[in-house]
Design a protein around this ligand. Sequence first.
Ligand SMILES: *Cc1c(COP(=O)(O)O)cnc(C)c1O
Length: 392
Amino acid sequence: MRKPGASTQCVHLGSKTDPATRSMTTPIIENSAYAYDDLETWRAVALKEKSGDIYSRNSNPTVRAFNEKMALLEGAESATDFSTGMAAINTALFALLSPGSRAVTIKDAYGATYLHFTEILPRFGVQCEVCETGDEAAILAAIGKGCDLLYLETPTNPLLRVVDLEKLIAAAHEVGAVTITDNTFGTPVNQHPIQLGSDLVVHSATKFINGHNDVTAGVVCGSADLVEKIYRYRELTGPCLDAHRASLLLRSLKTLALRVQRQNDNALQMALYLEKHPRVLQVNYPGLESHPMHAIARKQMPGGFGGVLSFEIEGGLEAVSRVLPRLQYAALAANLGQVDTVVGPPSTTSHVECTEEERRAAGIPEGLIRYAVGIEDIQDLMEDMEQALAIL
Ligand SMILES: *Cc1c(COP(=O)(O)O)cnc(C)c1O
């Protein structure tokens, strides 16, 4: 049979009628411990000889349904849940690295992730090399020196830089490294890092996976043995998801393709519009032919280029602070991937901890605006943008 399309997958993958209740939707099992009639069964479940749950820090039926659906959507053997995206990333790194390990990553990784490689991991004796995101030769050279872990993210926040996953992951595997890809911006609708060789995929499920601004969550997907290693660490440290949020995420996943495809379309049209606007100096979006990695993005993002773009306007932060409050259909907030359009400058979102000089060094101009498009009608969003930019 033909492989089902993205929307069919989002609706049907992993969905099953609950055998106990005949409920079509996964019941919310709000529970901390599970009771057994006899010690033998309890012990067998505790030792994983029998399937079942013991305690909800370790596992919960509603949360397991979310993990199973995420693994299927990412084409992974297994997945494990977290309370936030950062809990997923922190746990994956601490489960896989040890003093003396060497890790390679890119400068444009998500702010809190970047600080793991520059501040946290070095304190535990992990040697970290953080490369210029746009300098592929430098990344390949850093991998070539030998490393235990390669951590990638594409497209990046807020400059929408793109790295060639297939090439960098293949180089990492040649030196025996484990590879992790943050697919938050890509989403499993647009980009499949596991097909491109990545051992693990991490998500801030707070973003597109949830999409309704009512949940924080994270997930790690990948091979059964690596996910088990990460799950084991999470079981001990405790940043798990809960049944109620898992249920909201299961609902969100049913419309993931519908939402993301609309966001892809809206973002591309907005990027094309902004590129022609006389007050706009630069537009960053992988779907634009002017994007330096457009050819790679076309190849590795077959579903579309995502719902986030950024653009620079004349007049720096002063102009940004006058334009943004005029937008009627965009919340000024530190989130993205939601059904509502969300905007913000890097100085209050992704790079809030940096000084103006640090932002400049990272190539982030003060006149930059991150625009995370929602599912509104694009005509309304463009008219709204037109009237907001008109004060410049
Ligand atoms: C938001 C985000 C994270 C962190 O996720 P939280 O759910 O906020 O902890 C990690 N990576 C990327 C790309 C993000 O956008």
